[in-house]
Write a protein that binds this ligand. Structure first.
Ligand SMILES: [Zn+2]
Length: 240
């Protein structure tokens, strides 16, 4: 009898662990609260998102490529990087793109205190508002990971969690593979994850996202040629 009970107990703990992992770590999981993973199917609209910037020169190069094609994107920036490149933040905003909050120092949120999480969010909100006059309404947690206490905090601050439905895997792919991976699954409402910078602890080092920069013209041209239009993630929020 005891071994059976012990077995059941271990099974329950294991199942709880899997559920917790799913809730925290699977980008599309809604167990902690609502998540925007993709936009509506109506219209051929897709949203490009760039994480971990700004960085120089990658972000400026990406802005130039977007401008040439009259397309917009959403940039989930880290406050620490915004502090290093405030002019790039102003440029992103001035050129009609959307800025989202990606925390200040890009920590994994597992086991972080509420105070630490709030500080990461608020420092970045304050900085972006100081630089652009606008407070972000979009939040993407580093590595897509959510933790206890995060959602009430985001609700209080009017922040939406935005994850992604597609990615070019630009942290491991070369430019050609980034293009192929991005375009292969693109469909109306896709939210595509790419990177224009690096999360900490890379801050302080020279960074470039050459592969992503090189892939971007073909991604834009391929999607535009297939009749897609690039919009801000904000346009995918309910009621917008
Ligand atoms: Zn990130």
């Amino acid at each position: 009898m005891w071994p059976v009970l012990a077995g059941l107990g271990a099974g329950t703990v294991a199942a709880g662990g899997v559920l917790l992992w799913y809730a925290c770590s699977v980008p599309s999981s809604q167990l902690f609260g609502p998540v925007l993973v993709r936009g509506p199917k109506e219209g051929r609209r897709v949203a490009l998102t760039f994480d971990d910037g700004p960085a120089s020169p990658s972000t400026e190069q990406i802005l130039g490529i977007l401008k040439q094609r009259g397309s917009v994107a959403t940039f989930f920036v880290c406050g620490a990087n915004a502090n290093r490149f405030p002019e790039v933040i102003r440029q992103i905003h001035a050129e009609g793109h959307t800025l989202g909050n990606h925390t200040y120092s890009h920590p994994l949120l597992y086991f972080q205190s509420r105070r630490k999480i709030a500080e990461e969010i608020d420092r970045t909100q304050d900085l972006i508002e100081k630089l652009t006059g606008h407070r972000p309404t979009l939040f993407r947690p580093p590595y897509g990971v959510r933790w206890f206490g995060l959602y009430p905090m985001l609700r209080e601050r009017g922040l939406w969690v935005v994850q992604w439905s597609d990615t070019g895997y630009d942290w491991r792919n070369n430019a050609d593979a980034i293009v192929t991976a991005t375009l292969r699954h693109l469909r109306p409402g896709s939210i595509v994850l790419l990177h224009d910078g690096f999360g900490l602890p890379a801050v302080g080092k020279q960074v470039d996202r050459l592969q992503t920069v090189q892939a971007l013209p073909a991604i834009l041209d391929g999607a535009l040629g297939a009749g897609f239009r690039f919009v801000s993630v904000r346009d995918f929020l309910p009621g917008s």
